[in-house]
Ligand binder design. Structure first.
Ligand code: 16G
Ligand code: ZN
Length: 492
């Protein structure tokens, strides 16, 4: 039942264009790229089923129209042997590619799964690739959604797909241009470098994208599904985002903030420590967040078994607490952060690198951690090294930005600021989660919080402008908005 619902839902995103009849020819489906999204999505479903039929062996899905003109594109499937899709499956490919409605599609799939006796439960694995055609990225997204609409199946993006960077018209974009010239395994397109007259941090940059959750200038629906990142003006903040394909002209983005970056880093490091085994598990791996960290991210890292401590807003406060761990990861939700390695732990790692035999799993894990400690900026953190680490981990995992985003789902939140005569009237605890002054205000805030499911809220005086900031979180966006505005009323 849920399987059918999943395909019905995703197929709504990819309606079939009228008046085309496609057939799986010598090299799969080929057509003008603008006609192919629904086809590629459906071939994604087929590929998952093919993998399942073959005991979850890896199936390949390639997006290319070979020597054809650039405006064409195509999709073909390879069997686990590396050869072409078995010809016996071609009629099914034709049928589903031409199914005129989601219902017809589902019924064709259902019949086929029964006939071929495919057990859906195990989950298939499909590797996705594409050539350099501009339509490739969008089609790859469609394939990924198709693969994953068969529940439990995974899509691995094996191409090094392009990253689009918003330089905030600041210094980071310019420096990134220089840096990527010496890197061969990463393809980055940089926008908002300031050369085209754009203004620093105006409608662009990490702060804008994180607070407004809308696309920065220079980005739009044409970039739907692409992996995008924003620096701030001095390149010490980093956030990622993508434009959902359903946004249909809206300007909303799906944001991957500092908390999500922290979670990715934590997961990767934890995995390496697990490979090292019992000795690796002795490492004190900890996380430092601020009161602004989304509650879902805190739950996520705690579930991973990591220690989480809270610090006051501002890099200097987080940094200090991260130094107490063997490996301390700190990030503010707004994208400031880095990873610190204790000197003695690092020398232990380097020693182990010599002990383990080259090429062994343990040697590889230790080497990855040593390389990570060299890549990341342990002085204060910066957006360039943070970006390179995110990219390398995504490549290592074979993950798309969408897959990364699914680590956990952010709780809806809202931030507002209240202009006051004297912000120093607000005094908070050291973790900024509770207000000690004005007297009684915390009780009033608590009374508001109680009215909401998963409600959380706090106030703090800004350290950079003459305002009091309010943060609220709850199980729905409406509830978070309403909690934020009632707490703001208490501050006024
Ligand atoms: C500064 C801090 C940043 C903090 C922000 C809070 C550094 C390098 N920058 O930008 O970490 O999140 O202030 O601003 O520490 P606020 O006090 O106005 O909310
Ligand atoms: Zn900055």
């Amino acid at each position: 039942e849920t399987q059918i619902a999943s395909i019905l839902k995703s197929s709504e995103l990819y309606p079939i264009p009228q008046s085309v009849k496609l057939s799986y020819g010598t090299a799969g489906f080929r057509a003008d790229a603008s006609l192919l999204e629904s086809t590629v999505y459906r071939v994604g479903i087929l590929s998952s089923l093919r993998s399942l039929k073959l005991n979850s062996s890896t199936v390949g899905l390639m997006i290319t129209a070979s020597h054809n003109k650039v405006s064409d594109n195509g999709v073909k499937v390879s069997d686990p042997s590396g050869g072409m899709l078995s010809q016996e499956w071609e009629p099914f490919a034709d049928q589903i590619a031409n199914a005129s409605s989601p219902r017809e599609l589902v019924s064709l799939i259902k019949d086929f799964v029964e006939k071929e006796e495919i057990a859906i439960e195990k989950g298939g694995e499909v590797w996705l690739g594409r050539d350099t055609r501009p339509s490739g990225e969008r089609l790859l997204r469609a394939a990924e959604i198709g693969v994953r609409s068969v529940l439990g199946s995974v899509a691995v993006d094996v191409g090094s797909s392009k990253l689009v960077l918003d330089g905030a018209n600041g210094v980071g974009g310019l420096k990134m241009e220089v840096l990527i010239r010496s890197l061969s395994d990463i393809d980055v397109e940089i926008r908002n470098t300031g050369r085209d007259g754009g203004v620093l941090n105006e409608g662009v940059g990490a702060d804008f994208v994180q607070k407004e959750k809308v696309v920065p200038l220079g980005f739009g629906v044409k970039d739907a599904g692409m992996r995008c990142a924003s620096f701030d003006g001095d390149a010490d903040r980093l956030v990622y985002f993508y434009i959902p394909s359903e946004s249909c002209g809206g300007d909303k983005v799906e944001l991957l903030d500092g908390d999500k970056i922290l979670s990715l880093f934590a997961l990767f490091i934890k995995e390496q420590l697990n490979i090292i085994g019992d000795e690796g598990k002795k490492c004190r791996l900890g996380v430092v967040q601020t009161a602004y960290a989304n509650g879902a991210s805190t739950d996520y890292v705690k579930e991973m078994g990591l220690e989480v401590v809270f610090a006051k807003t501002g890099v200097k406060h987080l940094h200090e607490k991260a130094e107490e761990f063997d490996v301390g990861i700190y990030f503010e939700a707004n994208g400031h952060g880095t990873i610190l390695f204790a000197e003695c732990f690092l020398s232990w790692l380097v020693g182990k690198q010599k002990d383990y035999s080259e090429g062994s799993d343990k040697h590889n894990a230790v080497s990855r951690l040593v390389a990570l400690s060299n890549l990341i900026n342990q002085a204060v953190g910066d957006a360039l090294s943070g970006l390179l680490l995110v990219e390398v981990i995504l490549q290592h995992m074979g993950w798309s930005v969408q897959k990364w985003n699914e680590l956990y789902k952010d709780l809806p939140s809202r931030q507002v600021k209240v202009e006051v005569l004297d912000r120093t009237a607000v005094v908070t605890t050291s973790e900024e989660t509770e207000a000690l002054k004005p007297l009684g205000i915390q009780d009033a805030i608590n009374a508001e919080i109680k009215k909401y499911g998963r409600g959380r809220a706090f106030i703090r005086p800004s350290g950079t402008e003459d305002v009091v900031r309010v943060y609220a979180e709850a199980s729905t966006q409406e509830a978070a908005d309403s909690l934020a505005s009632s707490v703001a009323q208490l501050v006024k």
